[in-house]
Design a protein around this ligand. Structure first.
Ligand code: FES
Length: 501
């Protein structure tokens, strides 16, 4: 790569092709770190022929296409859109394909971005270079773009839809982590009636105390949102009567102050759960995994709570009528889905070790920070996503090391998956805090530091995982020498304070 290369390397063509037919890619600008771009990379099997004889050599190469990840019409996520081959089903090589947005069914050519509706989606050139790497054209020439995340799109989401046969062929070769996380219990029914807006889904999940049901509803909500079954965000509106500052919302879109928990849960104050040890014994590791499962359960609620409150909080911060981009909601639906996956992975691991979530006492400390920040979107993003989740990035490698030292490879695998996802969650917090600050012409670092000062108690303690924090957009000037001045003791309990001590 040269310094001025207008392309950015995404990864090995072979690995990308094996993992999934679609990848969601997040890029961040190196010069202006407030700028993000979300792209979709599609790969189709390509039959290679021997040059001279024209004999088929089989499906051993891929045709790649890259397109903006959101629909140019109203911003719907395109990652689970249907794809059709414009050349007809008999074609062996796909020369072009059309993606159909799940929300209002506008069609876009994957090679040109053109649509029969007259709109045009941004598409980006893709090269497979001699080193076997896939390179994608950068969104603009001003400075370089860094790859923040390359995420396979779950093939489970596209099943049952009209996808091209060749894409299904690739899909069948893939392994979905979501399936490995499923608990071996009986299937759960769908909610009755089905929520009509994304915020109604959020409130349903928040009001569901049973963890397995919470996970199930989270997955249903994500599917409904991405498939276009649920394409209204909801969340209420300003009262239009003169001089009114009221926000009007239906009861079905009103989030609870504190999400309920099962009545038989053994709840204690933070720090009173009993000794967990340092992970040397199985009993100690069960206690640590149990604590993490509790945090993940709250994290599902935190993701849905920001979705439920964001329409009102953004309208108040912006004092205008333009709503938040749909991409904000897509990002936090993805966070909620990840947290549900994490909870299931931990619950399954506990089962394998002969334990169950609910066997041990838990605390509700993380929700203290949600209560503290429920009136401000920038405060919520700062404290939950850029303090607590970022502190998780500091602690996770140490926790993983303890399990590794104990030879517990299965738990190491689960904790590693969780850690990699958490980097992208902090990145989502950074992306939307910087977006909000751009809109209100404020410095995101100053806003973050002010929020920590006001809503957090005590010093932000290191050692910091500067590498992963930086991947997520948090350079040192964000968090070094930062002291929260909130009175009344520590607010909330970070992931870093859970396992092992
Ligand atoms: S067609 Fe995609 S958002 Fe309307």
């Amino acid at each position: 790569m040269t310094v001025n290369d207008p392309f950015v390397a995404i990864g090995s063509a072979d690995k990308l092709r094996q993992k999934s037919a679609r990848h969601h890619i997040t890029l961040r600008n190196r010069t202006n770190t407030n700028r993000y771009h979300s792209l979709l990379l599609f790969s189709f099997p390509k039959v290679q022929k021997e040059a001279q004889s024209g004999v088929d050599l089989g499906i051993n190469a891929s045709q790649f296409y890259c397109m903006e990840a959101v629909c140019p019409h109203l911003g719907a996520p395109l990652e689970n859109a249907s794809i059709y081959d414009v050349e007809g089903e008999e074609e062996e090589d796909i020369e072009d394909a059309v993606i159909v947005c799940p929300w209002h069914e506008y069609d876009f050519s994957l090679s040109t971005g053109e649509s029969s509706t007259g709109l045009k989606a941004c598409v980006f050139a893709v090269e497979v270079r001699s080193d076997g790497q896939v390179w994608v054209q950068q969104p603009s020439n001003e400075g370089g773009w860094d790859v923040i995340e390359v995420r396979p799109v779950s093939e489970a989401q596209t099943q049952g839809r009209e996808v091209h046969a060749k894409e299904l062929h690739t899909a069948m070769q893939n392994v979905s982590l979501d399936h490995s996380a499923d608990a071996p219990d009986a299937p759960l029914p769908d909610p009755e009636p089905l929520p009509k807006t994304l915020v109604e889904w959020a409130v349903l999940v928040l009001n569901t105390p049973e963890p397995r049901e919470k996970v199930h509803y989270t997955r249903l909500a994500a599917r409904a949102f991405r498939s276009g079954q649920c394409r209204i965000i909801g969340g209420g509106r300003r009262d239009s009567s003169e001089n009114s500052t009221r926000w009007l919302r239906k009861e079905s879109e009103t989030p609870p102050a504190v999400p309920p928990r099962l009545s038989d849960a053994k709840v204690v104050r933070p720090g009173q759960e009993g000794r967990r040890g340092k992970g040397g014994s199985e009993r100690s590791r069960i206690a640590m995994l149990h604590s993490l499962a509790n945090i993940e359960q709250w994290a599902i609620d935190l993701a849905w709570d920001i979705i439920a409150r964001a329409p009102e909080l953004y309208a108040k911060a912006k004092e205008g009528n333009s709503p938040l981009p749909v991409q904000f909601f897509s990002d936090f639906v993805k966070v909620a889905e990840d947290e549900a996956k994490h909870f299931s992975l931990l619950q399954n691991r506990l089962h394998q070790m002969g334990a169950r979530f609910g066997d041990l006492p838990v605390h509700h400390g993380l929700w203290d920070s949600a209560t503290e920040t429920m009136h401000s979107l920038d405060a919520r993003l700062s404290i939950i996503h850029l303090v607590h989740e970022a502190r998780g990035l500091d602690a996770n490698p140490l926790t993983i090391k303890k399990f590794d030292n104990a030879g517990d490879k299965d738990s190491v695998e689960v904790l590693t998956i969780i850690h990699l996802d958490e980097v992208t969650h902090v990145s989502a917090g950074h992306r939307w805090l910087t977006y909000l600050c751009d809109e209100t012409e404020q410095s995101p670092i100053e806003v973050f530091r002010k929020n920590v000062g006001r809503h957090f108690a005590g010093k932000l303690k290191g050692p910091f995982n500067a590498n992963d924090r930086s991947k997520a957009g948090l350079t040192r000037e964000w968090y070094e020498d930062l002291v929260g001045e909130k009175a009344g003791g520590p607010i909330g309990v970070a992931r870093s304070e859970i396992p092992g001590g």
